[in-house]
Design a protein around this ligand. Structure first.
Ligand code: MD3
Ligand code: FE
Length: 203
């Protein structure tokens, strides 16, 4: 189904379900070339989610902060190419949500083992804030926290399930958001963790 969460945020329930296995094979392909790693943060912490990326840009974090870079700091090589299945899905989802042509420059892949979550934050490292962010959930379900423009604003809890796609555009693009720790649960279509793919235009 197509649910408008708020101005600019559209939940496409199950939009990617039929192609989940294709997407997962593409994830494995990327991960062979750019393995999951846990980034440190400027605050001295370590992120709970494992991360990697593909496309012309990858998002990285370390003690100096967050940024997009063209070379994977772990391998010293350019990020793997964006799989065709990622580009096609991101474009179709953006279109279904009412956006124009969307060609991602970064596919960020987050892996949440049970117990892992992501604290409240804003995505503001992209120079292009007009383009939407397309996110795809695969595997175990999670409760997504959706706040306001201020960190202290109350959060809506939105369950995200295997195959759900959310397109974040317009004013929803700068809202605070996070992910509650993923609860241990029986595998979903053979997956015992949660993957979240986010597709972004960077510059
Ligand atoms: C709303 N990831 O990678 S996806 C992230 O489930 C991130 O892995 C979460 O937040 C995850 O930055 C949430 C949904 C999402 C992604 C980007 C957004 C929501 C967003 C950017 C702006 C507003
Ligand atoms: Fe985010």
């Amino acid at each position: 189904e197509r649910l408008v969460l708020a101005s600019g945020a559209v939940l496409l329930g199950g939009f990617a379900k039929a192609e989940a296995q294709t997407l997962l094979r593409a994830v494995e392909d990327v991960v062979r070339q750019a393995p999951f790693r846990q980034y440190g943060t400027a605050g001295g912490g370590v992120m709970a989610a494992g991360m990697t990326a593909c496309g012309p840009y990858g998002w990285v974090s370390d003690r100096h902060g967050y940024r997009y870079v063209r070379i994977d700091p772990l391998t010293g090589r350019p990020w793997p190419e964006l799989p065709d299945a990622f580009v096609a899905l991101a474009g179709r989802a953006a279109q279904a949500a009412g956006h124009g042509r969307f060609v991602p420059q970064c596919g960020l892949i987050n892996r949440y083992m049970p117990g892992a979550g992501m604290g409240l934050h804003q995505d503001r490292d992209e120079r292009n804030m007009e383009a939407p962010v397309v996110s795809v959930s695969l595997g175990l379900s999670a409760l997504f926290l959706w706040g306001g423009m201020d960190r202290r604003d109350s959060c809506l809890r939105v369950p995200l399930h295997h195959g759900d796609v959310v397109v974040w555009g317009g004013s929803s693009r700068c809202r605070f958001h996070g992910v509650l720790p993923v609860r241990p649960a029986p595998p979903v279509e053979g997956l015992d963790c949660r993957y979240n793919l986010t597709f972004r235009a960077v510059d």
